[in-house]
Design a protein around this ligand. Structure first.
Ligand code: FES
Length: 134
């Protein structure tokens, strides 16, 4: 059974910026779009693990700060010609608060056997440890 856990207030995330949420197992970058749409993605670029939370957001894409790959925040997929995927997670906003769905399983589930270095990762329920950098 899944549940939603509050991780940050929306107004603490700069527009076209992100906040880093750290769990016991990983770091998740929560981005806020210009229309207050939010996205949650593993804070690791599919290329060489660059910190996507420090990338530049434009539309529903973030450009990795290390080598400029562009990652679609809705799917986690790198935009062509690059290939690869970072996990995205279910996230929502209610009453000005941002919630992540636990357990932290990739959402939507990644297809198996696709190109690049996609892999399906499931995380056990892990209490969030609060906000990190951002
Ligand atoms: S690590 Fe992100 S583009 Fe290379």
């Amino acid at each position: 059974m899944s549940k939603w856990i509050e991780v940050v207030e929306l107004n603490k995330i700069p527009v076209l910026g992100s906040r880093l949420i750290k769990t016991r197992d990983q770091s998740i970058a929560v981005f806020r779009g210009s229309n207050d749409q939010v996205f949650a993605i593993r804070d690791a670029c599919p290329h060489k693990g660059g910190p996507l939370s420090q990338g530049i957001m434009h539309g529903t894409t973030v450009t990795c700060p290390l080598h400029n790959w562009k990652i679609d925040l809705t799917s986690g997929n790198a935009l062509a010609p690059d290939e690869g995927c970072s996990n995205v997670f279910a996230v929502k906003v209610e009453d000005g608060k941002v919630f992540l769905q636990l357990p932290l399983t990739p959402h939507p589930p990644l297809p198996q056997g696709e190109r690049g270095r996609k892999k399906k990762i499931y995380f056990s329920p892990s209490p969030l440890e609060g906000e990190g950098l951002g």
